[in-house]
Design a protein around this ligand. Sequence first.
Ligand SMILES: Nc1ncnc2c1ncn2[C@@H]1O[C@H](COP(=O)(O)OP(=O)(O)OP(=O)(O)O)[C@@H](O)[C@H]1O
Ligand SMILES: [Mg+2]
Length: 251
Amino acid sequence: MKILICGKGGCGKSTIVALLAKEMARRRNKVLVIDSDESNIGLHNRLGMQKPDDFMNYFGGKKVLFEKTKEMKNKWGLDALPGDYLAGKGNIQLLSMGKIYKFGEGCACPINALSSKFLEILDLGDGEFLIADTDAGIEHFGRGVEKGVDILLVIIDPSQESILLAKKIAELGQQVDRPVYYIFNRIADQETKEFLLNSIDRNKVIAIIPENKEIFMSGLAGSEFNMDVDGIKEIADILESVREARVKATK
Ligand SMILES: Nc1ncnc2c1ncn2[C@@H]1O[C@H](COP(=O)(O)OP(=O)(O)OP(=O)(O)O)[C@@H](O)[C@H]1O
Ligand SMILES: [Mg+2]
């Protein structure tokens, strides 16, 4: 099952990617985390790993990426991924698509093109999950990155911009025919929770994660997550059920 995590800048996407990956792995699933954010560089730390070399370098670098991605057609299983470009710990592996390094080097479009194609051709078996972390906002929808995944999770922090963006992503999800679910993050009190629930389609909400001091301090230090977090187990439960439902439906 391929899951894409998206939402407004700073809403908690990477935090929830890391927590969810850890919870999935704890349940003995194999998890491939895809870092498709060309700007932020710390996701590997949150997973307790070294930063892997950029996957775009496997194809010869950013300049040739458009051409190379056009040639990628065959399905690609987890076992065939090039080890030199993977970081790993336990049941979790991390693949980082590419980053921007130099002044004036050009846009990140080729990196998004690679993400889009790779998500599409990656072939996962039973008990295998892909969790894609994305850059803030919806540029990746313009590139069609979402067509390669099964489910979109929108992280909503308590802000009007998050509410507006979540509604927009629900529309975009319909256009690409992918289910969209919401996860509230950094919810400090009942009033905030009720306000958000009254502002969006509450049937899409699958988890509500509180403002949490441990998450905050871990985020500040950029250290690996090593704690049980309210809400994450529940999300993993829901994802497992969705996956099982899909497997049954296709049998
Ligand atoms: N539930 C939470 N409680 C407290 N702090 C949180 C929580 N979730 C996230 N944070 C903190 O909020 C900050 C932003 O989180 P994170 O980097 O995961 O957001 P993001 O959406 O990935 O940001 P970007 O758009 O820059 O990629 C981090 O410092 C993180 O530790
Ligand atoms: Mg992030």
